[in-house]
Design a protein. Sequence first.
Length: 130
Amino acid sequence: MNLLRGVLVACALSFPARADFELCNKSDHTAVVAIGYKSGKDWVSEGWWRINPRACRVLVKGPLRTRYLLIHAAQEGVDGDWDGAYRLCVQPRNFKIRGRQDCRKRKLGEARFFPVDTGKALTMVYHLSD
């Protein structure tokens, strides 16, 4: 796999009665992103958001309901992706999937996600490579 050059910056912006989660793509390639979060007893995965090079996008509007988010990101036109240890279900088109088990039996794809702790800092910076 090629070295992925770029930086994603995740920000939890806090305002009275409001907190958004924004992801910034500091690379030279468009990023395609999915998120995962705990909802009750289940994990939920959602995607896809496209984030242009050197741009930011709010992925979760309003108060964050969970401290931890999982992120899966890939760069268009670049082999490999920014992955992590957590596996969640995905599909090629926009999706919202409840549950992370039996992805293949459910005729869904599977991707690896990395965790973001939104409670420790207002800004997290990731230098991502394979």
